[in-house]
Design a binder for this molecule. Sequence first.
Ligand code: NAD
Ligand code: MG
Length: 292
Amino acid sequence: MMEDPTSKYPKPPFEKQSQPFPGLANAMRPKPDHGEVSYKGSGRLAGRKALITGGDSGMGRAAAIAYAREGADVAINYLPDEEDDAKEVISLIEAEGRKAFALPGDLRDEFFCEKLIANSVSVLGGLDILVNNAGRQQQAQSILDITTDAFDATMKTNIYAMFWLTKAALKHLKPGAVIIQTTSEQAYDPSANLVDYAITKAAAMNFTKSMAKQLASRGIRVNGVAPGPIWTPLQVCGGATMEKLENFGGDAPMGRPGQPAELASIYVQLADPLASYATGQVYGSAGGGGQP
Ligand code: NAD
Ligand code: MG
């Protein structure tokens, strides 16, 4: 059935809302769509073993559901406060007859990142797909409002964790394995109030390209996804001002924000062995705006 993408999902204005960091998808109004009902698989990732950070909500959750429906076993990492969201994802994966593993913990810690990879390999029986998706975004009107601690938390979550997890994963990744970063339109066109965050998304885009070159000869592909405004907890727990939230996605040519479900097939495509010549690429999804 043909569907008009402009009217497929909610448009602004949205209700005022805010949650303490890291926020829950379940408590958002309207609830985001992660493809719980709509995503249909066709065996594209049969037998693969995936670790997805931030797999409890947002793009990570959409990717987790899609990967399971494509035949992969999936481990998800998230913060302990997100247990309620994570539980739903675990049951959705298990409902597909796939193995699901919940591995909560704080990625700002190098030792934890190493342990997370080791634990994923041990429970999954290997690792073929690493999705570096977890992220911290706290808007600040002025650079004077960004404390060293806040700056450090953003760098640790968005850059160091990607570095630590990738290093640790490399010991286990075999030819045919893939690494996927969630970067952002902010990597190319940073907002005035997202200085620290935008730096990290540019870093993730750049890391994707250097690592693709470094790992091509090993048969490991490295790609990224660059979302535009997507309706996720990150935006309601300090990521956006209330004004921006009420009109969220309203400036996109599509006139609405994206839903995580609309990006699920991109994470699948980049992991699919049929895309074997695609590496060092960043796939944008921003409703008509954004780059690349
Ligand atoms: P989200 O809140 O659903 O996901 C972010 C996840 O990061 C959280 O679920 C949490 O589990 C994880 N996280 C944060 N700090 C952590 C820590 N210290 N340790 C472990 N996990 C931690 O929101 P989302 O929008 O789906 O975010 C996923 C990715 O998408 C992020 O990298 C974000 O930067 C990126 N992104 C989001 C948008 C958007 O508009 N929502 C746009 C572009 C890029
Ligand atoms: Mg979450």
